[in-house]
Design a protein around this ligand. Structure first.
Ligand code: ADP
Length: 176
């Protein structure tokens, strides 16, 4: 591993916990295409941010799978929320392309806003049933490739709710 790769890996952090509590410039929401809220991490983010988040989301008018939109964070510790819509897992190759686009478009949007820190949940790995091993590789590989290009982001946190998913991410990061 060269010095640049080490620097990139040092800017990635894996944590176990609740994304609504994390103090970063922007947290990423695993939203659905209506952007009108739902269960899982989406519900938790809307509850913690308060009703103004839903009002702003309503004004956006939806988001296609693989795309991302940004709003303010309202009552969250995070200043902004990026809402991205992951694929419902089908087992087809297109799934990985769409999940890659979720990470890439979220990272690009954070950079466009000149943000330094971002936290991701395991997009699509709940109700949308994406296998955590495959999703973890996409999340970390896409992020490493993006960080190689430089730009504003200095810290990327992957925050996992379950200890099993946390271990999957830690094991993959150590294996790189
Ligand atoms: P999707 O519909 O994209 O699958 P889910 O919200 O069902 O989204 O699940 C995505 C992941 O987020 C799951 O691994 C779930 O355990 C996790 N999760 C749920 N609530 C939180 C939270 N408050 N903070 C971090 N991760 C969460």
């Amino acid at each position: 591993m060269n010095i640049m790769d080490k620097k990139i890996l040092a800017s990635i952090e894996i944590r176990q916990g609740d994304i609504t509590q994390i103090e970063v410039d922007v947290i990423v929401n695993a939203a659905n295409s209506s952007l009108l809220g739902g269960g899982g991490v989406d519900g938790a983010i809307h509850r913690a941010a308060g009703p103004e988040l839903l009002t702003e989301c309503r004004s956006i008018g939806g988001c296609h799978t693989g795309e991302a939109r940004i709003t303010r964070g309202y009552k969250l510790p995070a200043r902004y929320v990026i809402h991205t819509v992951g694929p419902v897992y089908s087992g087809k190759p297109h799934d990985s392309q769409l999940l890659t686009r979720c990470y890439l478009n979220s990272l690009k949007l954070a950079s466009d806003y000149n943000l330094a820190s971002i936290a991701f949940p395991a997009i699509s790995c709940g109700v949308y049933r994406y296998p955590i091993n495959d999703a973890c590789k996409i999340a970390i590989d896409t992020t490493c490739n993006f960080l190689k290009a430089g730009r504003s982001l200095k810290k990327v946190i992957f925050i996992l709710f379950s200890s099993k998913n946390y271990k999957t991410y830690m094991d993959y990061l150590k294996s790189i």
